[in-house]
Design a protein around this ligand. Structure first.
Ligand code: AMP
Length: 420
């Protein structure tokens, strides 16, 4: 038979192997606990949605919709897309299931894979994971402060260093005049702008502020600032937002050129960056999207939310936290011979039912090789079953952390392990 070539993952996609998955689960579990404390409840929406949802919800002019979506026709000829983000889906669900009928503010969170066919770069994946939260039904600026406090609390619990950057991008009343002013300025320096910024000047001038090209930086620094052009309502909202952050003792930096990649943001835009991430230093991005529900055909609804990159967050876990999350089996059963193997299976079955983690090697092997496996698995206890143990029905349980050992009858093992 000819040797087939080994099939591997697609570019930008990766397997998460068990050691890594355990870190992910740890982060996910901490997120669920912290978000739960703030009254957020999980929502799960489909990974595959109508392309129209993202075209309308994210904006046709954005990089995501223009270049990065995994879009194809399904068997019925409908254009469908693997979600590149989840806010549009959550807002769709909110409208579709009339969740606005409850008088209270809806606090929702989600967790799962997103898909963007991005240029390959360190820290960027084509399938990546986000934990995000959305607050629907309130335009109170304390909504922003509460959600930001929540995500900062999570980062603090995970010992991840974080810096909060905020801005206001105005609203449908004040932004158009600002964008026009921006466009005028940009046209006057058109020759010095990068290719992308020349295009953005006409299509989506605000995005010029987000350009990372070196030669554009001095030009961007001289552009008018949106925070100076806000209408009265937006200014008040921004003032109150900062007041609530201050009341919660949250430190922030106002960055007037901070705009978000998605079209639907109004007023608040924010990012949380971590100095440890390098160029792709954004860990969390979010903002207010009061018009989104209507864009999707839903009722008017205020909304605010954020998404955090899980891939990056896991990368940032300090080694001290990361190495403590690996759950080791509590007991490794070493067995010599078939009768001992059967005894090991029986004891493992009983102990597992009682909640003790047990592991053993099927092929057996020498005492030495089985102990080596136990060491590699990082188990705390080893139980040895040989001919003598079977004959006396008493077993040596060794604690590998301090090398102490006990000779126990089967009915004593559980109590001994539980008492540790
Ligand atoms: P966005 O939905 O673009 O606002 O992104 C929110 C967060 O998701 C970012 O701050 C990143 O942490 C993360 N993120 C976005 N795109 C990617 C990607 N391609 N690979 C890994 N993480 C990503």
């Amino acid at each position: 038979m000819t040797q087939e070539t080994l099939l591997t993952t697609l570019a930008g996609m990766r397997d998460l192997l068990p050691d890594e998955v355990e870190r992910w689960q740890y982060v996910e579990e901490r997120a669920r606990v912290v978000f739960g404390r703030y009254g957020f409840r999980e929502i799960r929406t489909p990974v595959l949605e109508a392309t129209e949802l993202f075209a309308r919800g994210i904006g046709r002019e954005t990089d995501i919709v223009g270049k990065e979506m995994y879009t194809f026709q399904d068997q019925s000829g409908k254009s469908v897309t693997l979600r590149p983000e989840a806010t549009a889906s959550v807002v769709r669900a909110y409208a579709q299931h009339a969740m606005y009928r409850g008088a209270e503010t809806a606090r929702l969170y989600y967790l799962g894979p997103m898909f963007r066919h991005e240029k390959k770069q360190k820290g960027r994946w084509r399938q990546f994971y986000q934990i995000g939260a959305e607050v629907l039904g309130s335009d109170h600026p304390a909504v922003e402060a509460e959600a930001i406090e929540m995500v900062l609390t999570l980062l603090e619990e995970l010992s991840v260093d974080a810096r909060l950057l905020i801005n206001s991008v105005g609203c449908g009343r004040c932004r158009p005049a600002y964008v026009e002013r921006l466009r005028q300025e940009l046209r006057s320096v058109r020759e010095d702008l990068c290719q992308d910024c020349r295009r953005r000047t006409e299509m989506n001038a605000l995005r010029v502020l987000d350009c990372k090209v070196e030669s554009c930086q001095p030009l961007i620094a001289r552009l008018p600032r949106i925070t100076e052009d806000l209408c009265e309502e937006c200014r008040l909202h921004f003032d109150l937002f900062r007041k609530y952050l201050t009341l919660a003792s949250i430190r922030f930096e106002v960055v007037p050129r901070l705009v978000r990649g998605l079209d639907y943001y109004v007023r608040t835009a924010f990012e949380i960056v971590s100095g440890e991430l390098g160029a792709q230093n954004a860990l969390v991005g979010g903002g207010r999207y009061d018009g989104l529900s209507e864009i999707l055909g839903g009722p008017p609804a205020h909304g605010f939310g954020f998404a955090m990159g899980l891939d990056r967050l896991v990368m940032l876990l300090p080694e001290r936290v990361a190495s403590s999350v690996r759950p080791a089996p509590d007991l490794f059963l070493v067995h010599m011979g078939e009768a001992a193997f059967e005894k090991a299976l029986e004891l493992a079955r009983i102990l597992r039912r009682e909640g003790i983690g047990c592991s053993l090697e099927f092929g057996g092997g020498s005492l030495k090789s089985q102990l080596r496996i136990a060491n590699r698995l990082d188990v705390r206890h080893v139980l040895i079953i040989g001919e003598n143990e079977l004959a006396s029905d008493r077993y040596i349980v060794k604690d590998l952390t301090d090398s102490s050992q006990r000779d126990l009858a089967p009915e004593e093992i559980l109590g001994y392990l539980r008492g540790k």
